[in-house]
Design a protein around this ligand. Sequence first.
Ligand SMILES: [Zn+2]
Ligand SMILES: [Zn+2]
Length: 328
Amino acid sequence: MSETLSSRARVYSPDYIITPPALYAWPPSLLGAVRYLLFDMLFPWGYLYAIMAIIGWHFLTPSLETMSEWSWGWVGLIWLRNAGLLTLVAGGLYWWLYIRKSQGTQYKFDKRWMATDDSQFLWRNQVKDNMFWSLVSGVTIWTLYESVTLWFYASGRQPVLSLAEHPGAFMLSIYGVFFWSTATFYFIHRALHWRPLYRLAHELHHRNVNIGPWSGISMHPIEHAIYFAPFMLWWFVPCDPIIILLTGFFQGISPAVSHCGFDFLKNGDKKWVTAGDYFHQLHHQYFHVNYGNTPTPFDKLFDSWHDGTESGKELLKGRMRHRRRQVG
Ligand SMILES: [Zn+2]
Ligand SMILES: [Zn+2]
């Protein structure tokens, strides 16, 4: 896979086409679907979030007994854990890719670095702005959703479906997190592009045309309140508390990786592991395409799928003409 520069000189254009997962192939491909579910969709990041959720539950979460009574003390501890883990992942990627510049601009979507003198960002500094919205608003609203959900379970309002007693349900709910989060994201995100809501809230996330690890959950508090709402599934569907943590890590930490700004991470001279989400990068670049995520390809269904090629650009032009007609 070679890296070339497009006519705009600063934009990454890989020589692969973004296609919907084999899970949706027609006629169905059993082998392709299994391979996608076990490897393409989860390796390595999905497995990492699941491991973080198991470790986080056993070592970095107050006991169910403590959480059976609402107290801002244990909620504060969960905030510290979430802020710490986000800083570890987003800050780690930022240090490796943007401070140490370990792989220069190789596999970087946008050849520019983060803005350091731009009036649309707080303190005219993109990274400081992104850290502020992520930590002050993002982690706080994420922690509130997570704590209320954990409290429902700890206080007996919702039955615990433990991993030890229901391993099958546990596995299903792991996939439930990924499919539920990405499916709801499409519809939430479409709503955020409704002009009044866009101007009020979502515009803040889109200031980041050139994205970095801290841009992932750099959003307006109104967007955070909607974006983290998928936690509410577990108010109605019983699960193991580990799944509640996984929902938080997938919603709160995975955007640091998907927005890291680099398609792949390198190890020495070799491509090491997939990182940034080129599909979502195209949304930051062109706005009116790729509202969802590839595991639940609603963009294909609703004709807003940009596959990263010239034909994707034609689709975009058609959509823009349609929008202008609507507005006019
Ligand atoms: Zn958007
Ligand atoms: Zn984004």
